[in-house]
Every structure is written in structure tokens, then in C-alpha cells.
Design a protein around this ligand. Structure first.
Ligand SMILES: Cc1cc2nc3c(=O)[nH]c(=O)nc-3n(C[C@H](O)[C@H](O)[C@H](O)COP(=O)(O)OP(=O)(O)OC[C@H]3O[C@@H](n4cnc5c(N)ncnc54)[C@H](O)[C@@H]3O)c2cc1C
Length: 412
């Protein structure tokens, strides 16, 4: 006999753990019975060698973590971003005029985001999930078969175990086997760009300042972490990115220093280096019978605005509202009304955000002099108009659109 759950979450990375805690965690009034499955052991995600990335967590996402009781574990390792500057520059440039700057005056409701290392996000959410009596784990074995019957969905693990649930949440990443099994295709394209990621230690304090230097190959972002450390996201073409990853640490540091500048004093590498191929992909459908896609299974964006995981948290929060509202009325958590509500809530927002990120990447990641003139003039114009700047900060803080309860800091 299959063991039957309310929800099976496939994937125990950032979005899967968030979904498990939002549906069955201790901070939920009527928790559902949730099973989390993953091919890997999620404890391995908390090692710095596994991921190496850090995420900009928007103000709305922070409220969600507060509502889920996860924020107290994250706060000591969260670096508030109190200033953001944008330049349009070239490697080795002697001067980098700031075209757009956001400071504390533009953020009257507090920092628009906090930087947190992904390993700490995994650890805090994994602890919260493991601390709930309503969440079980079956990890270390991939799902090899998905069946979605009219009454229940079923997953079969490679070790032969079977589990059933009213709803399967696919948080199984950009190559989502659950999405493929449902026959849902993706719209989009790979970029000829790689995001090189490393943690950099520097002599001088960053003062909470995030820097986005748009260079012809793509953005070069220096994002503040606690202490005299910053997370670097350096965009290069795939071929150049691979060559940079193959350099020795000293050679890599020398190449990086040309772009990093000298304003933070002497710099050194404080982590290994990771390379992520960048792409834009959006699923044609976000749901199928008894299946909801969340996170990278539903959308993969260019990381230039650090929105990918935040968009995943929006999915999770919208799905949590849809599921908990249905259950409160005695309805099926995986029924068509739940899935229709979730899909109509999330698809439009996702497509608009993905198109905006794609447009920005095309506008900035090139050396066409006419486009350079246009974008510099545009950035300087925005910089002079305070209400417009506040609007940008509000969007970056994740305050725009119809927010689900968790993103407003309310519990389900
Ligand atoms: C360079 C870079 C910088 C970024 N910076 C930011 C940022 O600042 N802010 C932000 O919000 N976002 C950022 N992002 C985006 C963010 O990191 C991703 O959106 C997020 O990590 C996706 O998480 P996920 O849980 O959806 O998927 P994944 O992390 O891909 O996890 C999928 C999980 O599913 C499991 N799985 C897959 N197949 C199976 C199977 N058959 N059976 C069982 N388990 C399976 C895998 O083992 C894995 O654990 C960045 C991305 C990049 C590349």
C-alpha cells in the first residue's frame, strides 16, 4: 500500500523547502501532511562547496520568513543592503561614474533587501522543515515515475518506494522531471553567458553597499555580506567563463581585480569558484492535474536583479494561500479550483518579470555606442526623479502586485 500524504514536494532545495514549511511547518495554523523527496541529501546543500551563491532576499521575502518563523535563524547572517549603485563601465576603467544610486532616503521602510548565503538559507529552512511533525523526508533517491490519476497523484522512487498525495509540488529545478512527465514545455532560450560566483574578502568595509557594474559581457555585481566580505556575480560569455574557471586562484584573482576596482582595499578569494550557465525559460503552463510547478521548475531568469528565488517564494506564497483557503472550506488541496487560482495568480507576473530581465540584459550586455548613450541617459533621468526611484525600490523590495498573505507577513 502507498503511504498517502496531502502534498508531495519534489525537490528539497530552496523552493522545495520553502514550500514544505509554508504548507506543513510549525507556523501554519492547519498544517498539511507533507512528504519532501529529493535525489540528494539536503544536508549536503548547507556546505559552502555545494552552492557558493548568496541571494538578495527582498523585504517581502523577509516578511514571509518572519511569518514562517525562519527569520530568527537567518537574521544573524543577513546583511542589510542600505545602498545600491549602478554604473555602465568597462573592465580596467579608470573612473566609473555612478549613473543611478539608491540610498537610505529612497528606502523609507528599511532596506529593500538583505544578502544571505544560500548555504544559510538551506540550513534555516531545512531545520524548520525537520522540526515539524507534519513534514517527512525521503531523500537520497530520485523519483523515477510520476502518475497523476483523477483522485490522487503518485510518485515512485528509484528504490521502489511509492507515495501518493492529493497534490504534487514540483520544485525539482530547471530540468524538472515532474514537468517533463506532465508534458509541459518551456519557452525561452539559453544566453551565451555564464555567472561566475565567488565570495571575496576585502580590507575595507562595504557599508552595506551593493554595486552593479554593467559591462559589455554582462553585469559584474559586488553584493555585501556580513563582515568585510562580498558575494561576486561576474557575467562572461560561456567560453570566457570556462577559461576563467580553469585559471589558478592567483590568475583568477588578478583578472577579477581589474573589474573589482580598488575602493575596498586589498582583496582575496574567500571561497571556491562556481560557474552557472544563464538562461531564460518560462513553463507554458504552471499546473497540470494534481501538479503545481514552483521555482526554477516554472521559470529561470537572468540573475541581474537577483530575483529568481524571490520569484519562487512568490509562487510558494501564492500556492500556500490557494491550498490553505481550499482546505479551510473542506475542499481538495490538489483540486482544479486550487490549481486554477494558483496558475492565474503567478503566470502573468512571471512572464512580465522574465521579459523585463531579458530586456535589461539585452540593453546592457553589449557595446553598441548608441544603446550605451540611451541607457546612460535613461539611468541618469531616473536618478533625478525621487518618486520614480522610490517606485523602483518598492518593486525591488517585492512590494508590487497582489501579494499573498505570507509576503505581507501574515500567517496561514
Ligand atoms: C549566479 C546566480 C545568482 C543568483 N542570485 C540570486 C539572488 O540574488 N536572488 C534570488 O532570488 N535568486 C538568485 N538566483 C536564482 C536562484 O538561485 C534559483 O532560482 C534557485 O536556487 C532555484 O531553486 P529551486 O529550489 O527552484 O531549484 P534547484 O536548486 O535546481 O533544486 C532542485 C532540486 O530538485 C531535485 N531533483 C531534481 N530532479 C529530481 C528527481 N527526479 N527526484 C528527486 N529530486 C530531484 C534536485 O536534487 C534539487 O535538489 C541566482 C541564480 C544564479 C545562477
Amino acid at each position: 500500500m502507498d503511504k498517502v500524504f496531502d502534498v508531495i514536494v519534489v525537490g528539497a532545495a530552496l523552493n522545495g523547502l520553502a514550500a514544505a514549511v509554508a504548507l506543513g511547518g510549525n507556523a501554519v495554523r492547519r498544517p498539511l501532511d507533507v512528504l519532501v523527496v529529493d535525489a540528494k541529501d539536503p544536508a549536503s546543500f548547507t556546505s559552502p562547496a555545494f552552492d557558493g551563491r548568496a541571494s538578495a532576499i527582498t523585504a517581502a521575502a523577509r516578511r514571509m520568513f518572519e511569518a514562517l518563523d525562519v527569520w530568527p535563524a537567518l537574521e544573524p547572517d543577513a546583511q542589510p543592503m542600505t545602498e545600491i549603485i549602478v554604473t555602465d563601465s568597462r573592465p580596467n576603467a579608470a573612473r566609473r561614474p555612478v549613473l543611478l544610486a539608491f540610498g537610505e532616503d529612497d528606502m523609507p521602510h528599511g532596506p529593500s533587501a538583505h544578502m544571505i548565503e544560500n548555504r544559510q538559507l538551506y540550513a534555516a529552512m531545512l531545520n524548520a522543515a525537520q522540526g515539524s511533525p507534519h513534514i517527512e523526508f525521503a531523500t537520497g533517491t530520485p523519483v523515477e515515475q510520476f502518475d497523476r490519476g483523477p483522485g490522487l497523484a503518485r510518485v515512485r522512487l528509484a528504490d521502489g518506494r511509492n507515495f501518493s498525495a492529493s497534490l504534487v509540488v514540483a520544485a525539482d529545478g530547471r530540468n524538472s522531471p515532474a514537468r517533463e512527465a506532465a508534458g509541459i514545455s518551456m519557452v525561452g532560450w539559453p544566453y551565451d553567458q555564464m555567472g561566475l560566483v565567488a565570495t571575496v574578502a576585502h580590507e575595507l568595509p562595504h557599508g552595506g553597499r551593493a554595486e552593479e557594474h554593467f559591462m559589455p559581457s554582462g553585469p559584474f555585481a559586488i553584493l555585501p555580506l556580513p563582515g568585510n566580505r562580498s558575494s561576486l556575480v561576474w557575467t562572461e560569455t560561456i567560453a570566457k567563463g570556462e577559461r576563467k574557471l580553469a585559471l589558478s586562484d592567483d590568475e583568477f584573482l588578478a583578472e577579477m581585480s581589474k573589474r573589482f576596482g580598488t575602493h575596498l582595499g586589498a582583496i582575496s578569494l574567500a571561497s571556491g569558484r562556481h560557474g552557472y550557465p544563464l538562461a531564460l525559460w518560462v513553463a507554458r503552463e504552471f499546473t497540470a492535474d494534481r501538479l503545481a510547478l514552483v521555482g526554477d521548475a516554472a521559470h529561470v531568469l537572468h540573475p541581474l536583479a537577483g530575483l529568481g528565488f524571490n520569484l519562487g517564494l512568490r509562487d510558494v506564497a501564492a500556492l500556500a494561500d490557494s491550498v490553505h483557503d481550499a482546505v479551510a472550506l473542506g475542499l481538495d488541496p490538489g483540486g482544479a479550483p486550487v490549481l486554477d487560482r494558483y496558475s492565474s495568480w503567478r503566470r502573468f507576473d512571471t512572464v512580465v518579470t522574465a521579459a523585463a530581465m531579458d530586456g535589461m540584459n539585452r540593453l546592457f550586455s553589449n557595446s553598441n555606442p548608441l544603446l550605451a548613450l540611451l541607457r546612460d541617459a535613461g539611468l541618469m533621468a531616473v536618478n533625478r526623479i525621487a518618486p520614480l526611484k522610490r517606485g523602483f525600490v518598492g518593486e525591488a523590495a517585492g512590494q508590487g502586485g497582489l501579494l499573498p498573505r505570507l509576503l505581507r507577513g501574515e500567517r496561514n
